[in-house]
Design a protein around this ligand. Structure first.
Ligand SMILES: Nc1nc2c(ncn2[C@@H]2O[C@H](COP(=O)(O)OP(=O)(O)OP(=O)(O)O)[C@@H](O)[C@H]2O)c(=O)[nH]1
Ligand SMILES: [Mg+2]
Length: 419
């Protein structure tokens, strides 16, 4: 057998070389990719080595073949043997066993045995196929890599990781590209592989671009704040938290109005809190009556209005909510968005609730979210300032004024963290 190695830029070329040198009967024993190194590295093309073999022994003529005993010939010899003296009775089962074995052997011998050379060829084909699949895999990976970073010129490895991490957090590709390019511009070339510097720059970039609501200006009259949003996002709980903070922490006089006469138990939910917190509360049954309720609280510093949760798909009900907002002459309309909502749904909610002209966004249930990219995207798309982060069920503790750096850490590190 002659064995030889061939090196070429592709498996196909290496195989062609082998066939030319060793002949058409040659088979591939092994293949391997040899990454380009040293001076050739800039050319960036890997080489492929195949090990080929050909059997040079002339085929044996039947007469030269060493004598072998096939199972059939053993059996024939056994059957045609001169009759032996009858075996003693206790040997009968042993002879019968031999006969059975012989019959089994015969059946096996009649099955077509695979030709060794054929199976070798098959094995070599599989090896070659595997190498070609590997080859294709690496080309596909290079392609997907090029596609993934198509928005960038030369991007250092550390910045590629930043970009991938942002995508993993479901940050919209457009915003992830902008963020990554901003960080690239900010970081000095010598610091590009310094992970601490990179992370700090990423966090600062996210934080500085995050729309934060300015503190409410001291109002001459009562500040009317309405909370709106889809069902169950935490509007009533958030109103209770905010009302308690205004009263207990800021020493303000607060009035509560509930317009949620739709859901069973909704009024009781807020009333119970109002009684405990000693905050006056009014229940309003028609949009047109909201103005009168606001007037009643006109001497209070802040008036909070709780509304019924509405699906973004319920156009008619959203129009009804609009009447409440208008009747209240609201200074602030906070759209409450749950952090558990996905990107397309958030878009739809913001789109449909736009009729209420929200002045602020409140991000609720941040303690339950696994990723924060969708919230970041919605803040960037709408540029509506975010007023509060609601971070749990406890009234009034689980709420904080929104903060860019807190959000940046949650977004980039992919986990909820207390401020
Ligand atoms: N984990 C967590 N749960 C919250 C948060 N805010 C509210 N919840 C819970 O969410 C559930 C619904 O809260 P509500 O305040 O009744 O929500 P809502 O938006 O007023 O609901 P509807 O009036 O029915 O539309 C309750 O079990 C709250 O305790 C939050 O920030 N984090
Ligand atoms: Mg409610």
């Amino acid at each position: 057998m002659r064995i030889k190695k061939f090196l070429a830029p592709s498996i196909k070329e290496a195989t062609a070389q082998m066939k030319e040198d060793l002949g058409a009967d040659a088979i591939v024993l092994n293949t391997r990719r040899i990454p380009t190194s040293g001076l050739l590295k800039p050319l960036g093309k890997d080489q492929f080595e195949i090990t080929g073999a050909v059997d040079e022994q002339p085929a044996l003529r039947p007469a030269d073949q060493p004598q072998t005993y096939s199972r059939r010939s053993v059996r024939q010899a056994y059957q045609s043997a001169p009759a032996l003296p009858a075996p003693p009775n206790d040997e009968e089962p042993a002879v019968e066993g031999l006969r059975k074995m012989s019959r089994t052997f015969e059946r096996e011998a009649e099955l077509p045995a695979p030709r060794p050379s054929q199976s070798l060829r098959d094995a070599s084909d599989i090896i070659q196929l595997k190498a070609e699949v590997e080859d294709m895999k690496s080309v596909l990976m290079q392609l997907s890599h090029q596609l993934r970073y198509k928005h960038f010129g030369e991007l250092p490895e550390s910045l590629k990781n930043v970009y991938l991490n942002l995508l993993q957090q479901d940050v919209d590709e457009k915003f992830a590209v902008t963020l990554t390019n901003t960080v690239l511009k900010k970081v000095h070339p010598q610091e590009q592989e310094n992970s601490t510097v990179i992370e700090q720059t990423v966090l600062q970039t996210i934080a500085s671009g995050f729309p934060i609501a300015a503190a409410a200006a001291p109002a001459k009259k009562s500040r009317v704040v309405v909370l709106v949003g889809p069902t169950g996002v935490g509007k009533t709980t958030t109103i209770a938290k905010l009302a308690a903070i205004e009263k207990l922490a800021h020493g303000k006089s607060v009035g509560l109005i509930s317009c949620d006469t739709y859901r069973i138990g909704a009024i009781e939910q807020l009333k119970t809190f109002a009684v405990i917190a000693e905050i006056p509360m009014q229940v309003v049954y028609r949009a047109a009556d909201v103005a009168a309720a606001v007037k009643k609280f006109q001497k209070h510093d802040v008036i909070f209005i709780d509304t019924v949760g509405r699906s973004q798909k319920a156009k008619k009900e959203l129009a009804e909510l609009k009447k409440i907002v208008q009747s209240a002459k609201a200074d602030e309309v906070h759209l409450v968005l749950s952090a558990q909502t996905n990107d397309p749904t958030l878009n739809e909610i913001v789109d449909k609730f736009a009729v209420l002209e929200p002045t602020h966004l409140i991000f609720s249930k941040m303690d339950e979210a696994a990723i924060f990219g969708p919230l970041y995207n919605i803040a960037q798309r709408t540029k509506i300032p975010v007023s509060f982060f609601a971070t749990g069920q406890a009234v009034p503790d689980d709420i904080s004024v929104s903060d860019g750096m807190t959000f940046a850490k949650m977004l980039y590190q992919g986990r909820y963290a207390h401020a």
